[in-house]
Design a binder for this molecule. Structure first.
Ligand code: FAD
Ligand code: FES
Length: 347
């Protein structure tokens, strides 16, 4: 059934965009090339807040944690959760850094297959009906039948490169099974090859910067493997990056969680340009870890390994919020310029 489409006017500017009733303000704005600030796209971070000045809207998730009671009382909404029910006028401060390189596309996608990576992490491959160009490190939203709200997952394969699609319409995610998680359980337990989902993307600002003449450091923790693998794959494919080294740190809780190296070792010239370091935080002194593994947390391991040399690196990271906060603090303490640090927090 076709949906009513409404005009959304940005107050105090000559900018407006169209938004269907079954779309959200944030995603429709990005589809029109409007630089609407955001991060998680799933109602948690609060970066997509705006103020409603005129008109009536609805919320996909009224209890979303990204909006406080004070915000609600002030007529504020979350761009990623708000749907128009008529024309709107909103107050929003756009920021050029959010302008999409590829406008997000909403498309049906067929589940092809899954592959086990560790005891709780698997790779899921989909074929999208429409082309969905993306940059290494970006994420997409998967809407699954019977699950309230979409889930954000980062692509692990390489999308657009040198102006060409590398993957055809193939899109791959690496997902961790979350205890009692509805979306991840659906992927692991219910989805059968041939089943369809809706995929909407790409989103995210933590994409590979190919034209920067610095060595690359990727730090992945737990479920943050996919975007870092995608960045590494892109960095080894890019003709602009052949002189760049890439260091990959994987932070795991236990030995059984360690992964990633097998995917990296297959990259051309990995042994000359790449290094991999596993860091295990939950191992006891008596646990037998391979001698080249480090013990402790990823943020301490990178500080210990590189110290102030981090100031000369382009740094990407992905994983649990706690890891992200510790890493950011470490990088700030070591005076790493923040424009060299790229991440989208996982919620
Ligand atoms: C940018 C980003 C990238 C990510 N990339 C990955 C990745 O590559 N691999 C990976 O394993 N995980 C990734 N995640 C985490 C992933 O999106 C899920 O949060 C995780 O899989 C748990 O989902 P779940 O459905 O199993 O758990 P649940 O506890 O059922 O759901 C948690 C998630 O669903 C959303 N949610 C819950 N209820 C509603 C509702 N009523 N309406 C709308 N939304 C709702 C929440 O915001 C939260 O994100 C990423 C998250 C973000 C924000
Ligand atoms: S709450 Fe909307 S982008 Fe995070």
């Amino acid at each position: 059934m076709s949906q009513a489409i409404h005009t959304i006017q940005l107050a105090g500017t000559d900018q407006s965009f169209s938004c269907a009733e079954n779309d959200t303000l944030l995603r429709a704005a990005l589809r029109s090339g409007i630089a609407f600030p955001y991060e998680c796209n799933v109602g948690s971070c609060g970066n997509c807040k705006f103020e409603l000045l005129e008109g009536v809207m609805a919320s996909c998730w009224p209890e979303a944690p990204g909006l406080s009671d004070k915000d609600r009382a002030r007529n504020r909404g979350l761009g990623c959760q708000s749907r128009p029910t008529g024309p709107l006028q909103i107050k929003l401060r756009t920021s050029d850094k959010y302008a999409p390189q590829f406008p997000p596309v909403r498309t049906a996608a067929k589940f092809i297959s899954s592959r086990v990576i560790t005891h709780d992490l698997s790779e899921f491959s989909f074929q999208t009906e429409l082309p969905l160009p993306f940059l290494c490190g970006q994420y997409a939203l998967i809407q699954m039948a019977g699950i309230e709200g979409p889930r954000a997952y980062s692509m692990s394969n390489v999308g657009m490169f040198n102006g060409e699609t590398q993957a055809g319409n193939l899109i791959e995610f690496q997902v961790r099974r979350v205890p009692d998680g509805k979306g991840s359980a659906h992927l692991f337990d219910h989805l059968k090859p041939g089943d369809h989902v809706e995929i909407d993307g790409p989103y995210g600002m933590a994409y590979l910067r190919e034209n920067i003449e610095r060595d690359v450091l990727c730090i992945a923790g737990g479920s943050g493997l996919a975007p870092m693998v995608s960045i590494a794959r892109g960095a080894f494919l890019s003709p602009q990056m052949t002189q760049r080294k890439l260091h990959f740190f994987y932070g795991a809780r236990a030995l059984q969680d360690v992964c990633g190296l097998a995917m990296l070792e297959t990259l051309p010239h990995w042994s000359e340009r790449g290094t991999y370091q596993a860091v295990v935080s939950g191992a006891s002194e008596t646990d037998n870890l391979p001698s080249d593994f480090m013990r402790g947390f990823a943020h301490d391991a990178v500080a210990q390994t590189f110290g102030e040399r981090l100031q000369q690196m382009e740094i990407y990271f992905a994983g649990p919020a706690l890891m992200g906060q510790s890493l950011l603090k470490t990088l700030i303490d070591l005076k790493v310029p923040m424009d060299q640090v790229h991440f989208d927090q996982f919620y």
